[in-house]
Design a protein around this ligand. Structure first.
Ligand SMILES: Nc1ncnc2c1ncn2[C@@H]1O[C@H](COP(=O)(O)OP(=O)(O)OP(=O)(O)O)[C@@H](O)[C@H]1O
Ligand SMILES: [Mg+2]
Length: 179
């Protein structure tokens, strides 16, 4: 589902993504480990089509990322490093809005909220959410379009042990849903 060949990238002259090669097959959970500043988030930006001036190949779902069209986003889900939610909207309004961006059937908002224990806070504004609640909402936002590939950037960062365990269990559960 993902193939990276001889990938190179730099924001300036200091190339920090150098000749990276790897493949990720369907149903795999694949993680990048590296110190702060190593380029993990940058690599995710390349694989999700946000950075296009790379050298080499980054192929996702059969598409060279730099040549993606809008259809590319129908089948991927992205949980960014920092929550990307509308603070003045409620959790439910956020999910409804993001679901409306897709052309195909999206997942049940109520079921997703329940899966991360946010069913009783669904109608609360995101500005009134705690950090862990925002992380959980950001995660289910990435699942709303029932994506074939899920990109997660440090999904357990800043979570307490209970929420961190819940997030890992949810990731494993998504693996079992592979079509
Ligand atoms: N928009 C940008 N413009 C210029 N340099 C950038 C930009 N974003 C990141 N960098 C630089 O690129 C390098 C890799 O950053 P990146 O965010 O990919 O690291 P990371 O591995 O995700 O780190 P962390 O674990 O801290 O999240 C760093 O040296 C960073 O300063
Ligand atoms: Mg990062």
């Amino acid at each position: 589902m993902i193939e990276v060949k001889d990938l190179q990238f730099s924001y300036n002259k200091n190339e920090f993504i150098k000749e990276i090669n790897f493949k990720v097959e369907k149903g795999m959970i694949f993680g990048f480990l590296g110190p702060s500043g190593a380029g993990k988030s940058t690599l995710q930006k390349i694989l999700t089509g946000l950075i296009t001036n790379y050298k080499g190949h980054a192929i996702v779902n059969g598409v060279e990322c730099k040549h993606h069209t809008n259809i590319f986003y129908e089948n991927i889900g992205v949980d960014f490093e920092f929550p990307t939610l509308y603070e003045k909207l409620t959790a439910r309004e956020n999910l409804k809005f993001f679901a409306s961006l897709y052309t195909h059937q999206t997942r049940s908002i109520d079921q997703l909220l329940e899966s991360v224990g946010l069913q009783n806070d669904a109608d609360k504004k995101v500005s009134d959410y705690s950090k862990g609640m925002k992380s959980r909402l950001n995660f289910i936002k990435a699942l709303i379009n029932d994506p074939d590939i899920l990109f997660l950037d440090e999904p357990t960062s800043g979570l307490d042990p209970t929420n961190s365990r819940m997030m890992k269990d949810l990731i494993l559960l998504e693996k079992t849903r592979v079509k």
